[in-house]
Design a protein around this ligand. Structure first.
Ligand SMILES: Cc1ncc(COP(=O)(O)O)c(C=O)c1O
Length: 399
């Protein structure tokens, strides 16, 4: 299904029709279920009680969807899950306390001692640490591969490979994986594909279209959108999410709070609108940076100069506003440059309204970077103001 064609229905008695994401978030089929309240009330409680033991037994023995205790189900969190599953084009979603809780749960649900994982070598740092340090304690081995090369994926395959973990694009050098080819390879060896889709958001990439099994997002980024929530979501088939729900979800306990779910639903209302503006702002600033003498290269999949731009156009419907540039200037000089910026704050996250900057030396699997790699998150400020800010900070550079 095209990700711009979002299923409107969630129940059988509602006619199925396809709408675009902006209409989907403004008119959710569940909006009218709470006595006309335009914002769903927050069920700020841990416990749900029953007036008869029969009802209690039914809740305890059912498929787990009747709220009993908020570590299992909470109606506010459930409502967000229904909305996120529909927006991403998946069957079912579960929300978590953080993106990392979603990532660790997704991986741990698919490996046992003696199993092998293939992971993109530029995946988010803590994801790599989970695989290269934490899970090795439990007998799970990982091979990290250059995600731009299908030969590298193929060469890493072992008879015990159970998971192929993807992040496309990656969030330091913004390299893509060929999602269709990865899904086909994984299927041929009986492995499950998991993708971190945080950069593209449900608005700009639907990995299910290419046969990927599980899609996850850090809600702390674009979906939340206001730098006030830590959360994660895992989306997949009814069967897979229900199985994870019965074991890892309940046992590891990294659940989202109802208050975070409510804030996320607020953020969701403007996600397509924000993404449209952020995409324009990001491309405007990235194109300007390409012209500057101290910038060796801009890593942004939406630019024609990106080595995988054609693949980006095939797999994504748009681009977001986190990208990096490389320069021969040393990190010390670029850190001073970052300090001179007036509208970019120095900080690690992204996806909110505010522009951000960080400076690094190199990233794993990409050791050829000389000088510095500067990551910029372009927020909702006027792009011309950000460009002027970059220009005034650049006057002091030794070029
Ligand atoms: C690409 C990516 N995935 C996952 C995460 C983890 O999300 P969280 O911080 O919500 O645990 C992050 C956090 O920065 C990230 O950048």
């Amino acid at each position: 299904m095209d990700s711009n064609q979002i299923r409107m229905e969630d129940e059988d008695n509602v006619p199925r029709r396809a709408v675009d994401p902006s209409t989907r978030v403004a008119h959710d089929p569940h909006d009218d279920e709470h006595q006309g309240a335009v914002v769903m009330p927050i069920y700020q409680n841990s416990l749900f009680t029953f007036s008869t033991y029969e009802e209690f037994d039914r809740a305890m023995t059912g498929n787990g969807d009747i709220p009993v205790y908020s570590r299992g189900h909470n109606p506010t969190v459930q409502q967000l899950e229904v909305r996120l599953a529909a927006l991403q084009g998946g069957e079912k979603a579960r929300c978590f306390a953080s993106g990392m809780a979603a990532i660790s749960t997704a991986i741990m649900a698919h490996v046992r001692s003696g199993d092998h994982v293939i992971c993109v070598n530029q995946a988010y740092g803590p994801t790599r640490e989970l695989l290269s340090v934490f899970l090795t304690q439990y007998g799970v081995e990982t091979t990290f591969v250059d995600g731009t090369s299908m030969d590298a994926f193929q060469a890493a395959v072992r008879s015990n490979t159970r998971v192929m973990y993807l992040e496309s694009p990656t969030t330091q050098t913004f390299r893509l994986q060929d999602l269709r080819a990865c899904a086909e390879l994984a299927r041929s060896i009986g492995a499950v594909t998991i993708i971190d889709n945080t950069w593209a958001t449900p608005c700009y990439q639907n990995p299910f279209e290419f046969g990927i099994d599980l899609v996850l997002h850090s809600i702390s980024k674009y979906i939340g959108g206001h730098s006030d929530i830590i959360g994660g979501v895992l989306i997949g088939s009814e069967e897979t999410i229900s199985r994870i729900n019965r074991s890892e979800y309940l046992l590891l306990g990294g659940v989202m709070t109802p208050h975070s779910a409510s804030l996320t639903m607020r953020g969701l209302r403007t996600l397509p609108l924000r993404m449209e503006k952020l995409e324009q702002n990001g491309l405007t600033v990235a194109r300007h940076l390409e012209q500057l003498p101290f910038v060796r290269k801009v890593n942004h999949p939406g630019l024609a100069s990106h080595p995988q731009h054609e693949l980006a156009k095939q797999q994504m419907h748009g681009s977001s506003s986190l990208f990096s540039f490389e320069t021969d200037l040393p990190p010390e000089e670029m850190k001073a440059w970052a300090g001179r910026l007036g509208y970019f704050r120095i900080g690690v996250s992204w996806g909110g309204y505010e522009s951000l900057v960080t400076v690094g030396r190199s990233v794993p699997g990409y050791e050829s970077i000389q000088g510095s790699i500067v990551r910029l998150y372009i927020g909702l400020e006027h792009p011309q103001v950000l460009i002027e800010d970059i220009m005034q900070a650049s006057h002091g550079l030794d070029i």
